[in-house]
Design a protein around this ligand. Structure first.
Ligand SMILES: Cc1ncc(COP(=O)(O)O)c(C=O)c1O
Ligand SMILES: N[C@@H](CCCC[NH3+])C(=O)O
Length: 446
């Protein structure tokens, strides 16, 4: 058998993870608290796996963005990218903070409206929108549609003209800027599917101005996700600012620039993306253009506002030829896909203080799904965790529950929300029968 490797000192330990996350506290009696609520109480009531969202954290995050915007003195609206977490309770909390929505489908339009978000505060992005989705957006009266290609512009023109309405349109520009993020979540390189090539954008804007049913109002851009430094944003906004000047010089009006989302958070020991630096990049490049501005943060608002509770169903001792134990959890890649999709690192903290602050060992944390990629942590320095121990997987409020599937016939997990010391179930665990409720049998099998 291999000898045990030494502990990976690069992994922040429980104390460091908690110190960086004030919404999480370890209490000697109740264990891990999230916004003052013992997570064990939620797991006792709902079982695991269960997602928990913190309403207070959502408000604090929006407040920090607002403060940075206020300090800039610029008119910048916040359109939350609801793809990050589209639960109606999350949307309601954010809508009460005056936040609008960036949507990417007809389903998100319906959800945003069901949560009470005014269509005038909704913008519609996305590289392919069906005729029905565009029609629904026009009927609802969304603030603007971010068009991503010449073909989509013609599609929208035909639909809007046919309905006798005018669509307010921004052209999403692909600035060909490297966001320096994971290849699967970069969107602003020429080779990515998103947006109109910078070099084509001015001519397309001019053409848009002459199309029936279309009012070009400006430009939008979004270069990728989990961006930690302002430099890529600034480079992209400089390119967009150039376009604004070019089309204005050609006599066209530009009243809006949508600066997209992408601000990153600290999953491991990174310094999280700074709202001040992000807003600063916008101000530096676009502040003097006299345009209405908007941002579309998703992850930055919702990511740190969620944890995933899971229980260890098995501690599998290392077999011959392996050195580390496998901790098999009742959550899996069908619940939280990020580690298997992007090799993403998420902090893991036991709910019990005895375990969380105990001695460390090196271990793998895996789900029970039949894929080797179903791994939450490899070679991770963790407290010694036994069967039955409960864990919180941190920073899973964005791109967590929304990306769940029912692979391996695993029903969707329960969801809860904590708020000011209270908690409530916001989604019941999916009953297993729901997995086949919509299935129909062909006559010949009846
Ligand atoms: C157009 C658009 N806006 C906003 C976002 C939100 O990104 P993030 O969650 O990184 O802020 C995305 C997703 O990357 C997007 O595609
Ligand atoms: N879903 C991804 C990011 C993609 C953002 C949407 N364009 C993640 O979990 O990091």
């Amino acid at each position: 058998m291999d000898t045990l490797p030494s502990l990976t000192s690069a992994d922040p330990d429980t104390r460091a993870l908690l110190a960086a996350r004030p919404a999480l506290r370890m209490n000697a009696v109740d264990g891990l608290l999230f916004e003052g609520v013992p997570l064990n109480a939620i797991a006792d009531a709902l079982g695991t796996p269960t997602w928990v969202m913190g309403a207070g954290t959502l408000r604090i995050r929006v407040g920090r963005l607002r403060a940075a915007i206020a300090a800039s003195g610029l008119p910048i609206a916040i359109h939350y990218a609801m793809k990050a977490n589209d639960h109606l309770a999350v949307l309601r909390v954010l809508a009460r903070e005056g936040v609008g929505a960036d949507i990417v489908s007809g389903g998100e339009l319906a959800r945003a409206r069901a949560a009470g978000i005014d269509a005038r505060h909704i913008v519609f992005s996305g590289v392919g929108k069906s005729d029905d989705e565009l029609r629904a957006a026009l009927v609802a009266g969304v603030a603007q549609i971010n068009v991503e290609s010449a073909e989509e512009l013609d599609q929208l023109s035909a639909i809007a003209a046919g309905m006798g309405v005018t669509a307010r349109v921004t052209l999403r520009v692909n600035p060909d800027v490297d966001a320096g993020t994971h290849a699967k979540i970069t969107t602003g390189l020429a080779d990515n599917k998103f947006g109109v090539a910078w070099g084509d954008a001015a001519a397309l804007y001019a053409r848009a101005a002459g199309l029936p049913g279309i009012e070009p109002v400006g430009f939008s851009t979004h270069i990728g996700s989990q961006i930690l430094t302002p430099a890529p944003f600034r480079a992209a906004y400089a390119r967009v600012a150039d376009l604004v000047r070019i089309v204005r010089a050609q006599g066209h009006a530009v009243s809006t620039v949508d600066c997209g989302g992408g601000l990153g958070i600290a999953y491991r020991d990174e310094t999280e993306g700074s709202p001040e630096a992000f807003i600063g990049a916008i101000g530096a490049e676009l502040g003097a253009l006299d345009v209405r501005l908007a941002i579309e943060p998703g992850r930055w608002i919702a990511g740190p506002a969620g944890v995933l509770l899971t229980s260890v169903i098995l501690r599998k001792a290392p077999g011959e030829g392996t050195a580390l134990p496998f901790l098999v959890t009742d959550a899996a890649m069908n619940d939280l896909a990020r580690p298997s999709l992007y090799e993403a690192w998420h902090g893991i903290v036991p709910l019990s203080p005895r375990v969380a602050l105990g001695p460390l060992e090196q271990a793998h944390v895996v789900g029970p799904v039949c894929e080797s990629g179903d791994t939450f942590a490899r070679d991770r320095a963790l407290p010694i965790i036994e069967r039955g121990d409960r864990l919180a997987v941190l920073d899973t409020g964005a791109y967590g529950a929304v990306m769940s599937s029912t692979y391996n016939a695993r029903p969707l997990a329960a969801q809860a929300m904590v708020d000011d010391g209270r908690w409530a179930t916001i989604r019941a665990r999916q009953p297993v029968e729901a997995l086949w409720d919509a299935e129909r049998q062909p006559d010949w099998l009846a």
